[in-house]
Design a protein around this ligand. Structure first.
Ligand code: ZN
Length: 303
């Protein structure tokens, strides 16, 4: 779910958010029952994109943590600008969600990863392979912290035969490698004819490095905190941006979740788990302060 910015949100932003609405049910029957809502959501998002002028951001997934079967997918976003698509993070469900936006895979130009927690990267490889079969350009570029290069090579090696089978089935040029650029420090990341991308290093132990990104398109700029504790570097990254997408943790809900896990007999220690969450993530009220400091127009929070 999203926490509305104190500055409010426009109908445009509301429409853009719809792509991230509930998709998957926990069992076959509820999933079927949800199908019409899912279709309506996808249609609404497609209509919003069809009539769109300028750069658009679609939140494909906003859920954090290793929990499948929820009403939201794991973290992923796509930005569409001047006919080119840029994906940021590849949590579970990102390929289906991308498809539901109606953005052709032919438009997918670059993929960015903030950090190597599975809820941000686990569908990176599948997105590449399914995207390739659906027309993703072979010169797609990917960016993220080390060891992204090794991870990509290992994945492509593991799936070489699978890719070759589809290449033969569909008479396609196989996807054999991907242009990977590793990012481990703050500063410029890449620039093309649509966008200038920069990164900052955020605080998300034990993951090092974990990154936040800023995308400066010709008509607007969008900053992403990635997963982090409240951080001055994120305030600086987002300074003057049109939009900041920030992670957020609603502490009472997390505490409630952990208590339920303990009650179920899971081997979880309440105090150490909450200490870990506080050392890793941003409580809602602190993100509000980040938003008020950064001097730009809108913020959305991932929970
Ligand atoms: Zn994380």
């Amino acid at each position: 779910m999203f926490v509305k910015s104190r500055l409010g949100f426009s109908r445009r932003n509301l429409l853009i958010q719809m792509a991230a609405a509930p998709v998957i049910g926990a069992a076959a029957l509820p999933a079927l029952a949800q199908a019409p809502a899912c279709t309506a959501t996808a249609q609404a998002a497609q209509a919003a994109l069809k009539d769109a002028n300028g750069t658009k951001l679609i939140l494909l997934g906003t859920a954090g943590g290793p929990v499948p079967g929820r009403t939201r997918e794991m973290t992923s976003h796509v930005m569409l600008s001047n006919g080119a698509a840029y994906v940021l993070d590849c949590g579970l469900g990102c390929t289906d969600q991308y498809a539901r936006t109606g953005i052709p895979f032919q438009k997918l130009r670059s993929i960015f990863i903030t950090h190597h927690h599975p809820d941000h990267n686990i569908e990176y490889g599948p997105l590449l392979i399914v995207g390739w079969v659906q027309g993703m350009p072979l010169d797609v570029r990917t960016f993220g912290p080390p060891p992204l290069k090794q991870m990509t090579e290992d994945f492509m090696r593991a799936y070489k035969q699978t890719v070759d089978f589809w290449a033969e089935d569909f008479k396609m040029t196989p996807l054999v490698s991907v242009d990977v650029q590793e990012v481990s420090a703050a500063g410029p990341v890449m620039q093309d004819d649509n966008v200038k991308v920069s990164a900052t290093v955020v605080n998300h132990p034990p993951v090092k490095p974990a990154l936040g990104y800023r995308f400066d398109f010709k008509d607007r700029s969008i900053a992403f905190s990635g997963d982090t504790t409240p951080l001055e570097a994120v305030v600086k990254l987002a300074e003057g941006a049109d939009l900041l997408v920030h992670e957020v943790m609603y502490v009472p809900a997390v505490e409630d979740y952990v208590r339920r896990q303990v009650a179920k007999g899971r081997p979880v220690n309440f105090d150490s788990f909450m200490a870990h969450m506080r050392a890793d993530h941003s409580p809602v009220e602190d993100v509000g302060r980040t938003h008020s400091k950064r001097g730009s127009r809108h913020s959305y929070c991932r929970i």
